[in-house]
Design a protein around this ligand. Structure first.
Ligand code: CTP
Ligand code: CA
Length: 224
C-alpha cells in the first residue's frame, strides 16, 4: 500500500506558497489593492499537495477556497502580515513559491476614522512595503526559492534582473502582453528562467496546467 505514496515526488517536502493580493488600509473602510484572483497560487498549492507535499498557503483576500489535508491555509490581509507569516514558515520549508501580488506601497498614515470628503483634493502619501521575496533570498539556506515577474515590456531582461537581485533559483515570467493571460483570466502564458539562465517558454494554458509545468521544473531541478 505504501508503494503509491512512495511515488509522490514531493512526499516529505514542505512547500511555502504566497497567493492573492494584499490590501493596504487607508481608513477603517477603505484600502489599496489589486485585481489578483489568487488562482495561480491556489493551483500551485493543490498540485503540490497532490504530489505529496506539506503545503503552507499564505493568502491575501481572495474568493478561492481549498480543502486538502496537506494544505494549511494562513489568511492575511496586508503585505506586512504576509511578510511576518512568510518568515514564520520559511526556515522549515524546502521550496518557497511566491506567487502573491504584493502591494508595493501602503498609505503612510492609516486614519482611525472614516475620511470625510471635506476637501476638493486628497493626497495620499504612500511608503514602500518590504519585499518579501527579496528578504527570503537574503536568508536563504537550502531552500529552493521561486518568484514571479509580472512584466509588460522588456520582459526577459527585467525577469533575469529580478532573479539575480532577489537571489532566486527560478523565476516565472508572466506575460501580460498576451490576450487571455494574467490577473483575472483563467489562463497564463509563462516563461521559466533558472539561475543558470536556462529559458523555457510555454504555451498559453490553464492555470492548473501552468502549476504542473512549474512544479515539474522544480522537481527536475531538485533531482539534478
Ligand atoms: N514580491 C514580494 N514582496 C513585495 C513585492 C513583490 O514578495 N513587496 C514578490 C512577488 O510575489 C513576485 C516577485 O516579488 O514573486 C516579483 O513581483 P513584481 O511585482 O513582478 O516585481 P517587483 O520586485 O515588485 O518590482 P516592480 O513591481 O517594480 O516590477
Ligand atoms: Ca511589484
Amino acid at each position: 500500500e505504501n508503494d503509491i505514496l512512495e511515488k509522490l515526488p514531493l512526499k516529505g517536502k514542505t512547500v511555502l506558497i504566497t497567493a492573492g493580493p494584499t490590501y493596504e488600509a487607508i481608513d477603517p473602510v477603505r484600502f489599496i489593492g489589486n485585481h489578483s484572483s489568487g488562482k495561480m497560487g491556489f493551483e500551485i498549492a493543490k498540485t503540490a499537495a497532490n504530489s505529496g507535499a506539506n503545503v503552507v498557503l499564505i493568502t491575501g483576500p481572495t474568493n478561492q477556497s481549498v480543502a486538502h489535508n496537506l494544505i494549511k491555509v494562513i489568511p492575511v490581509v496586508s503585505a506586512e502580515q504576509m511578510y511576518q507569516e512568510a518568515h514564520n514558515y520559511f526556515d522549515n520549508c524546502d521550496i518557497a513559491i511566491l506567487a502573491a501580488a504584493v502591494s508595493d506601497y501602503r498609505p503612510k498614515h492609516v486614519a482611525n476614522q472614516k475620511i470625510k470628503k471635506n476637501t476638493n483634493n486628497l493626497v495620499l502619501e504612500l511608503v514602500k512595503n518590504k519585499d518579501i521575496l527579496a528578504s527570503l533570498g537574503e536568508i536563504k539556506q537550502q531552500q529552493f526559492l521561486v518568484g514571479f515577474a509580472l512584466e509588460t515590456n522588456n520582459e526577459l531582461e527585467n525577469a533575469k534582473q529580478k532573479l539575480k537581485k532577489k537571489n532566486l533559483n527560478l523565476i516565472v515570467l508572466n506575460s501580460l502582453n498576451d490576450k487571455g493571460a494574467g490577473f483575472k483570466s483563467q489562463t497564463n502564458k509563462i516563461t521559466l528562467i533558472d539561475n543558470k539562465e536556462r529559458i523555457s517558454e510555454f504555451e498559453l494554458k490553464s492555470k492548473a496546467d501552468v502549476a504542473v509545468d512549474i512544479l515539474n521544473e522544480i522537481i527536475s531541478q531538485l533531482n539534478e
